[in-house]
Ligand binder design. Structure first.
Ligand SMILES: Nc1ncnc2c1ncn2[C@@H]1O[C@H](COP(=O)(O)OP(=O)(O)OP(=O)(O)O)[C@@H](O)[C@H]1O
Length: 375
């Protein structure tokens, strides 16, 4: 809280507003929970528990022998509510894309469950799987390589209708694709053009239109703006924001940078070496991070306000991210953590509200996988 007599900056006021809003939401969610048994009054759209993907590491050319495994994702838990945006953030190689691929069934998990409206979709096959896949679509990172250069924009956006003809009979498809072009802010007359005739931002709009073609409920966006110029990033994020309201979409939005997901996310999960280190509402994560890794990431985010910048301590992490083929025992982050003690090597911290913050009505009481969590 800003103290009396102390200069109160605009950032302080914004922060106070966010915290008040957060406490109000939390109280409402707790009420809903008491009345309905779930935080939003509804079952989450997606419930991910213990999600794991280990890729086998093999040796030998003719006879392949497994000599270990790459633990790309190593027990990830999160929920996604209706109409919500969950940002997932972490450094390159921490397993974000592998989580995304498992959500849309491009990869099969080694273990764990992904429940969509209460049903585990990791065990589905055939017609049931096809029906679920229609509702969870992906937008890819690189609009330069994810669009087939030999197909027209109309064919690219309309391609999902080949697999799900029930959504758009052949005679309706051209009109539907033109409507989609219009919805994402492109001229419907461009339907016969090829991807190379568009800029990066326009290509990502084409990718988004394709993701929308089957009218999904969930969109998994894997670094959708990382390959774009900074000036275009905000336009694409605004478009996703608008589409969310228009089509009642829920997003899993993956990024490597905390500042990108801030504007769009209701909640944020921070990943490190295959696991979620900390997860909470945006006010909880940005204003009250309790995991040392989140604190280090946030200390590197540029702050426009010179006053706020002055009192800020930059945390420099030493060393590189260890190999997911041989992660450290206990806490995966301990080899780069300034707080690490023997307990961190012996005991894997669970992702839960840390004991010190349990029962307290503070934004610090959100799940954090650290034995020594503190604000
Ligand atoms: N098919 C595969 N076989 C073996 N290892 C893989 C495979 N796919 C990914 N990995 C490894 O799994 C780890 C996680 O990869 P992933 O692409 O999910 O990370 P990421 O956080 O999305 O990184 P980036 O932002 O660079 O895409 C990496 O070490 C990667 O090399």
């Amino acid at each position: 809280m800003p103290q009396q007599g102390k200069h109160v900056s605009k950032d302080d006021l914004k922060r106070e507003g966010r915290i008040a809003e957060h406490l109000l939401h939390k109280a409402q969610a707790e009420n809903d929970y008491a009345e309905n048994g779930s935080a939003s009054g509804h079952e989450p759209l997606l419930q991910v528990r213990g999600l794991t993907k280990h890729y086998p590491l093999t040796q030998g050319v003719l006879v392949k022998k497994q000599i270990g495994s790459v633990k790309a994702v190593d027990g990830v838990d999160f929920d996604l509510g209706q109409g919500e945006t969950l940002g997932i953030v972490g450094e390159s190689g921490c397993g974000k894309s592998t989580v995304a691929k498992m959500l849309v069934n491009l990869e099969r998990p080694t273990a764990g469950v992904i429940k969509y409206k209460g049903e585990d979709i990791t065990t589905l096959s055939g017609r049931a799987l096809k029906a679920v896949r229609r509702n969870i679509q992906m937008v890819f990172q690189d609009p330069y390589t994810s669009l087939n250069p030999r197909m027209t924009v109309g064919d690219i956006i309309g391609e999902p209708y080949e697999i799900h003809p029930e959504v758009a009979p052949k005679g309706d498809r051209r009109k539907k694709v033109q409507d989609l072009l219009d919805v994402v802010g492109l001229n419907p007359e461009y339907i016969n053009r090829y991807p190379h005739q568009f800029s990066g931002g326009q290509r990502q709009r084409i990718g988004i239109a394709r993701g929308l073609a089957l009218r999904p409920e969930v969109i998994v966006a894997d670094e959708p703006v990382s390959a774009l110029d900074v000036s275009v990033q905000a336009q694409v994020i605004n478009l996703l924001d608008r589409l969310q309201n228009e089509f009642d979409l829920s997003y899993v939005f993956i990024a490597h940078d905390l500042s990108i997901v801030r504007h769009i996310s209701d909640r944020v999960g921070v990943m490190y070496l295959g696991r979620i280190a900390e997860i909470g509402s945006d006010a909880e994560i940005y204003d009250y991070p309790t995991h040392p890794y989140t604190q280090a990431l946030l200390s590197a985010v540029p702050v426009p306000d010179p006053e706020a910048r002055e009192g800020r301590e930059r945390i420099l992490l030493s060393g590189d991210v260890p190999s997911p083929a041989n992660p450290p025992s206990g806490c995966h982050f301990r080899t780069r953590c300034w707080k690490a003690q023997q307990r961190c090597a012996d005991e894997e911290p669970v992702l839960a509200v840390p004991e010190v913050f349990r029962g307290g009505d503070t934004p610090a009481s959100h799940p954090s996988a650290c034995h020594f969590a503190e604000v």
